[in-house]
Design a protein around this ligand. Sequence first.
Ligand code: HEM
Length: 381
Amino acid sequence: MTASPTSSYATKLFVINIADKILLVHMLTIVMLIIIRVICTLTTTTKTATLPPGPLHIPILTSLLWLRKSFSQLEPFLNTLHAKHGPIIALRIGSRPSVFIADRSLAHHSLVHNSSIFSDRPKALPTRKLMSSNQHNISSASYGVTWRTLRRNLASEMLHPAKVKSFSEIQNWVLDTLTNRLKTASESESFMAIPHFHYAMFCLLVFMCFGERVSVEKVNQIERVQRTLLLSMSRFNILNFWPQFTKILLRKRWEELLKLRKGQEDVLLPLIRARKQNKGSKSVVSYADTLLELELKEENHKLNEDEMVSLCSEFLNGGTDTTSTALQWIIANLVKYPDVQRKLVEEIREVIGGDDSGLTKIVAPGGETLGGVIGAFQHMI
Ligand code: HEM
């Protein structure tokens, strides 16, 4: 049986009518939520009247204005506010007030004399909570037994010089790769060193993290998920503005964030699980191995997979840009100060014994010779 054109038209009208009603209900809900939010914020403002002075805060509107500013605009803006309101000011950025101190004795008084009150991390905002597995990584955990356990594990099991030595084989491989890439790159006219330092450090950290020399494709895949998340996190700040509200209105962006996190888990978890399965046959102790053994005494449980993904991600992110930028500055200064470069070469010769085989000549873009610098990496990486 086929429906007549009139009945299908009526059905369409009915569907549109329902869709309109649903939209109307959604909009009314959102308006109601906004009104409730304004009332709540206004009452909270009255409660926090003891906050230091600061610019006028208009609920929702001020937060929206903040979301349009980039982080680099914060400092000049703070300088203007300090000039107007004094050395200690309060600003409402997002859902909670932040206090900025621009006076060292006041900062000392708050952070040292009153350290028990102030020296802790604030509760993570929803997007950070998701990415840190509810503050179960070193850089976001609140100061206490869990943070101490995680930090001690990184410091003593991975970054301690004795432990770093156990990775000497992979360090040599990374050094060779870096040397070759720099040599090839230096033959072209425009030569940027930083991507090569970055790649070398990332390869080293991937090995230290998962204990295996993964393929170039895998390294690139890990780098892609990590970079995408790192670079797009600021785009998701808006979701913290009012989560109940953004979960409805910015549902697509929430889904995008969840998809990125899922992508990260899909890439990192198999590597962690592989370490769990190969318990017996390990040539080095990787960061993942230490996490698999770790017990959070305070919470009385072992780390779950989600927490391990967050910690491995922090390890990879924390160690890549910091070290490669440091290397870039070291090289830049060696190019700028040839005397220091010469002294360094002499020192390396003393250590490795007169033989120049480990010292490669690289010519910097301006024609400066970076003789011996590559040899220096042996000591740095
Ligand atoms: C030249 C190299 C590096 C520099 C300049 C650097 C710099 C910093 C600074 C300034 C902090 C904040 C200070 C603190 O909380 O104690 C920090 C924290 C941290 N760094 Fe590094 N870092 C470097 C290398 C690394 C490496 C290789 C890793 C790991 C593989 C790493 C992982 C971390 C972690 C997890 C934290 C958080 C510590 C905490 O909150 O308790 N960093 N780093």
